[in-house]
Write a protein that binds this ligand. Structure first.
Ligand code: SF4
Length: 491
């Protein structure tokens, strides 16, 4: 008898239990542990927790979320909602509980899955529930902070009061010193906004759409002014707080915002100009870009998602604005989108051939920063090293400068190793941007197999004979040998 039960347990019951465990998402996993450890009647229910974390996943103004991956027997998994990561002002990556206080909304922003007229499960948590949940997860080391947002429930003031109550409870009653990112509610009372800023590390108002006209069409209850006015108020109050050397905190991690890309027809040039203005006038820490994904059907919205490459190009452009001294005008000419085939820095360099090549041993730092393939750190290393000796290409390679790109735009001791004409440079630079057929080379791919078109990047390039169409950029490369040399950096 004992043997049969042991066999049953080992062969059927235990593997089944393990399998079930693997299918649980992160929130279920946390909730189970929490229930086992300290469940009591006053705590937020599992169903409510699922609804409120699931509803928060479309907000990307903290850095990562939205990926779902089951644990296939190894270590770790990813859940599309629940936890996300953000970066503190000192660059540390921290995990946050990402949750809405409520997904009951009186507004009808057309792109939003929580809008008033959509039939989805609804829930609201109390400030106490949010505070207890945060503390509970924090104590167990699941999270290092909270990202708290909310739909507009009843009125903007009602919602803002509850958000404020939740963060106030955490800071005062529970003496929680972890990171808190709080979403502001447009049109809420200015006094509530000021008060919330004393408890949160960071606040954000999502502009969502780049023009007033698009807001009117797609989010009629919001206006640019209703979103910019609390942002301006916080900028002013933070400056006063600093000037008066008051005690306590006032938004030490500043403000951020989010823009949806592709839900409305504005080109990238408009979005980049708006970001530039927000950085300059509002002192925002980050502008986040979220490529539009059709989660609800609406005749005024595109039916297809906007590719993530466009979002990626905007992040690259954003980087150029913040750290490389570019202006929006230089990055994206009026009325244009960012080219998808080249990163924005390459695109600028190709539009301005008169600025190149630059001599790395004498060029000012600002010009080095504009060379494709030379990043901020690389430019700094070059300016430091050349104080002691003139640099050549092997020195740059040791500094991990991406010579594959940079060599078309620089000289070292007067020597130029780049392609001879502009057409060839364009083809070589566009290569890295090709996403459709690009594949990471495996360490174990044999060079002779590349030519078959079945494996390796060079095989990919030679695949035209097998019915594939090469992009115009790749056609520019001419021969397979040229393409291989470009891939390996020999050209
Ligand atoms: S205010 Fe607009 S974006 Fe926010 S939850 Fe409501 S409908 Fe969605």
């Amino acid at each position: 008898m004992f043997t049969y039960w042991t066999l049953f347990f080992v062969i059927i019951a235990y593997p089944a239990a393990i399998g079930k465990g693997r299918e649980q998402n992160f929130i279920e996993h946390l909730f189970d542990k929490r229930q086992a450890a300290c469940y009591n009647e006053g705590m937020i229910s599992e169903e409510k927790l699922k609804i409120l974390t699931e509803s928060a996943k479309y907000d990307v103004s903290c850095s990562s979320s939205g990926s779902g991956r089951k644990n296939g027997g190894g270590m770790g998994n990813a859940a599309p909602a629940g936890c996300c990561h953000s970066f503190t002002p000192d660059g540390r990556c921290i995990s946050l509980l990402k949750i809405l206080l409520s997904n009951r909304c009186i507004y009808s922003c057309r792109y939003c899955p929580n809008r008033a007229d959509v039939d989805v499960p609804r829930a609201s948590a109390t400030p106490e529930e949010i505070a207890e949940l945060t503390l509970d997860f924090y104590k167990r080391n699941y999270i290092e902070g909270l990202f708290l947002s909310s739909a507009v429930e009843k009125t903007p003031d009602f919602t803002m009061e509850r958000l404020l109550a939740a963060v106030k409870l955490l800071r005062t009653k529970y003496r929680f010193h972890g990171y808190i990112h709080l979403k502001g509610i447009p049109r809420a009372d200015a006094g509530l906004v000021s008060e919330a800023a004393k408890y949160a590390d960071r606040m954000s108002y999502n502009l969502e759409l780049p023009t007033e006209a698009s807001l009117k069409l797609l989010a009629p209850q919001k206006s640019t002014e209703s979103l910019l006015s609390p942002m301006r108020q916080l900028v002013k109050e933070k400056a006063e707080f600093k000037e008066e050397h008051k005690k306590g905190h006032f938004l030490p991690a500043g403000q951020t915002t989010q823009l949806i890309v592709g839900a409305s027809p504005e080109p990238d040039s408009r979005i980049v100009r708006l970001s530039e203005a927000l950085y300059q006038k509002m002192g925002l820490k980050r502008v986040y870009y979220s490529s539009y994904v059709p989660v609800v059907q609406d005749s005024l919205l595109p039916t297809l998602p906007v590719g993530q490459l466009r979002e990626h190009r905007l992040y690259q452009a954003d980087w150029l604005l913040r750290f490389y001294g570019f202006t929006a005008e230089e990055i994206a000419p009026e009325g244009e989108n960012l080219p998808l085939e080249y990163d924005p820095k390459c695109a600028w360099a190709l539009r301005n051939p008169q600025c190149f090549p630059v001599e790395v041993n004498t060029a000012p730092l600002e010009m080095l920063l504009r060379v494709p393939g030379i990043g901020g750190r690389g430019a700094y290393k070059i300016t430091e090293a050349r104080r002691y000796a003139a640099l050549d290409f092997s020195d740059l390679k040791r500094m991990r400068i991406v010579l594959k790109r940079a060599k078309h735009f620089i000289t070292c001791k007067g020597k130029y190793l780049g392609a001879k004409d502009e057409r060839a440079v364009k083809g070589l630079l566009a290569l890295g941007a090709r996403q459709d057929e690009a594949r990471q080379l495996s360490l174990f791919d044999e060079p002779e197999r590349w030519g078959s078109g079945g494996a390796g990047a060079a095989g990919m390039l030679s695949g035209a004979g097998e019915g594939r169409t090469l992009s115009p950029a790749v056609q520019l490369l001419g021969t397979r040998e040229t393409a291989l040399a470009a891939l390996t950096g020999e050209l």
